[in-house]
Design a protein around this ligand. Structure first.
Ligand code: KIV
Length: 267
C-alpha cells in the first residue's frame, strides 16, 4: 500500500498523483481496481450519497460509517477521511479525538481538514502530534460556503492570492503531508505547487498541481451538477435509469424471468 513517503517521492520524481473519492464497498472496490493512488472519503458524500444541498450536515458518524465500507472494498489503498464541519473547530482535545476515531473506527490512514488560518494550523499540529497524517485543503473550501458567500473561485484578487499562498506555506510548516487545492486560478495552483515541498492535489486548480482529484459520481456522470472542472468519463445518469426501465418493461411484458433465469422451469 502507498504511504506518506510514496507521495513525497512521487512529487520529487514528477509522477502525477491520482485521488478519487469513494464512499462505500463497491466504489472502494472499483477505485482500487482502477489502481488509483489515494481514496478520499470526502464529506461530498453529504451531497452525492445523502442528498443534502451542501456538506455542512455531514457528521463524524457518517464519515466513519462510509470509511468503514470503502475500506472493506479497498483493503490495499491509502484512504484519507474528511473531518466534517465542526469536528475540528471547538477544542484541540475534541479535534484529536475525532481524528483518531476516523483512523481507529473508520480504518482511514490519514484525515483531511479545510482552511489555513492560525486555528486550523493549530489543529493540524495537534493531529500530526498524535502521529496521524493530515491532508489540508485550501481555496474553495466547501465547509465555508456561508462565509465565502457561495461556491466561488478563490484567489482571483491579488490579496486573496497572496493569503492562500501564505496559508499553503504555513500548512507545510504545521506538518501536513499533502494539500488539496480547490477552485483557484491555474497560476495560483502552479505557484503553490512550485513553492511548497509537500504534494498538491488539484480540483479546479489547473494543470500544474502534483496530482488531481475528482468525485467518483462526477467521473461517472452521476451527479446533478457539472462544474467547469468536471469531466464525465461515463454517463451513468442515463445508463442507470435506462437499465431499470428496461427491467421494469420486461417484467410488465412477461419477458422476465425467461427460462434461463428460472430454477427447474415448468416445461
Ligand atoms: O469532499 C470531497 O470530496 C472533497 C474533494 C472535492 C476534494 O473534499
Amino acid at each position: 500500500m502507498n504511504n506518506v513517503n510514496t507521495f513525497k517521492k512521487m512529487k520529487k520524481d514528477g509522477h502525477k498523483i491520482v485521488m478519487v473519492t469513494a464512499y462505500d464497498y463497491p466504489s472502494g472496490k472499483y477505485v482500487q481496481e482502477a489502481e488509483v493512488d489515494i481514496i478520499l472519503v470526502g464529506d461530498s458524500l453529504g451531497m452525492v450519497i445523502l442528498g443534502y444541498e451542501d456538506t455542512l450536515k455531514v457528521t463524524l458518524d457518517d464519515i466513519i460509517h462510509h470509511t468503514r465500507a470503502a475500506r472493506r472494498g479497498a483493503d490495499d489503498t491509502f484512504i484519507v477521511a474528511d473531518m466534517p464541519f465542526m469536528s475540528y473547530h471547538l477544542s484541540l482535545e475534541e479535534t484529536k479525538e475525532n481524528a483518531a476515531m476516523l483512523i481507529t473506527q473508520g480504518g482511514a490512514n490519514a484525515v483531511k481538514l479545510e482552511g489555513g488560518k492560525p486555528s486550523r494550523l493549530e489543529a493540524i499540529r495537534a493531529i500530526v502530534d498524535c502521529e496521524i497524517p493530515v491532508v489540508a485543503h485550501l481555496g474553495l473550501t466547501p465547509q465555508s460556503i456561508n462565509a465565502l458567500g457561495g461556491y466561488r473561485v478563490q484567489g482571483k484578487k491579488k490579496e486573496q492570492f497572496s493569503t492562500i499562498l501564505e496559508h499553503a506555506k504555513e500548512i507545510e510548516k504545521a506538518g501536513a503531508f499533502m494539500l488539496v487545492l480547490e477552485g483557484i486560478p491555474e497560476e495560483l495552483g502552479k505557484q503553490i505547487s512550485e513553492t511548497i515541498s509537500i504534494p498538491t492535489i488539484g480540483i479546479g486548480a489547473g494543470r500544474y498541481t502534483d496530482g488531481q482529484v475528482l468525485v467518483y459520481h462526477d467521473i461517472l456522470g452521476m451527479a446533478d451538477l457539472k462544474p467547469k472542472f468536471v469531466k464525465h468519463y461515463a454517463q451513468l445518469n442515463q445508463v442507470i435509469p435506462a437499465s431499470i426501465k428496461h427491467f421494469s418493461k420486461d417484467v410488465k411484458e412477461g419477458k422476465f424471468p425467461s427460462d434461463e433465469y428460472i430454477y427447474n422451469p415448468i416445461k
